[in-house]
Design a protein around this ligand. Sequence first.
Ligand SMILES: NC(=O)c1ccc[n+]([C@@H]2O[C@H](COP(=O)([O-])OP(=O)(O)OC[C@H]3O[C@@H](n4cnc5c(N)ncnc54)[C@H](O)[C@@H]3O)[C@@H](O)[C@H]2O)c1
Length: 341
Amino acid sequence: MAKILVTGGLGFIGSHTVVELQEVGFDVVIIDNCSNSSEDVLEGITKISGITPEFEKLDLREKSKVIDFFSRHHDIEGIIHFAASKAVGESVEKPLLYYENNITTLVYILQELQKKNKANFIFSSSCTVYGQADELPITEDAPVKPAESPYGNTKQIGEEIISETCKVTPSLNAIALRYFNPIGAHASANIGELPLGVPANLVPFITQTGIGLREQLSVYGNDYETRDGTAIRDYIHVVDLAKAHVVALQRIIEGKNKSNYEVFNVGTGTGSTVLEVINSFEKVSGDSLKYKIVGRREGDIVAAYADTNKANNELGWSAQSTLDDAMASAWKWEQKVRNKS
Ligand SMILES: NC(=O)c1ccc[n+]([C@@H]2O[C@H](COP(=O)([O-])OP(=O)(O)OC[C@H]3O[C@@H](n4cnc5c(N)ncnc54)[C@H](O)[C@@H]3O)[C@@H](O)[C@H]2O)c1
């Protein structure tokens, strides 16, 4: 079976994708510098699939090492590029770190792929490129809005770099997947999300509050024009998201793509408010969550959820898990990480 390079394969979404690739028989090699993950994740992957993927600890910012890697691995048929820095707030403080880590690494990889007779490339993009969309649900044709942060900008620029490279590189097939809000963990609780420090995302903050690691959750604003006043997002189970990568990769490997650069939304198509997410946690955990309503947060958008028709029709993929399923898996993982299960 084909060999696939997964950059950032020890991270949250990467590790789940490695497992799904292994499940359908792909041979996986991981590159990760462990800046936001640990080598222990390999153990979790092995426990699930029974296969320890090949791993190279390598920083993709080191161009000579990227060149060397590809010179040693001629047999790689597909690349899924997760490796990036992803903390929106940190990107505002340290923009150059984000441009270096998210842009130069992409350029170095694409330079190597241009040398190949055929290359298949999947890029981790984000619904952040839409900003506050004018229409909901958000289709792939919705305009890309000016980025709210250097992080968001790296996703927009990343997409442009790939699109322009594809135009002059017929041997390169690429798909950018615009993720909505990935949550949850593998059902086995052998892999999951491991935020460093205070989580910036809602669900890890909720589970850490539930386990007693955080005092209480702050809900930013309950006066938005939504059904309960709190902001709406499209929360997708990370295993569903991982499976979308597998089908996207198969599409380009099998030559079923309609052009050599395509973009797909990956979400559930359903928006949930912050209060609905809290309710889901309370339901699956049987505990009540401590939270307080505070003012709106600068830069937050009101509502975002995906139109998933393109992914449903073209990729033959749709999210299978409910919010409660995803929340239950996130809670199981949190309990395991804190040794309370
Ligand atoms: N999690 C989300 O909410 C979300 C939403 C939209 C898009 N994305 C994108 O999806 C991708 C994966 O996100 P994630 O949540 O799994 O993040 P993550 O931080 O868990 O995983 C990223 C991995 O890449 C590695 N890495 C970072 N820089 C590297 C470098 N220079 N060389 C080698 N390895 C490097 C990290 O150590 C980490 O293991 C990222 O590109 C992120 O921007 C994430």
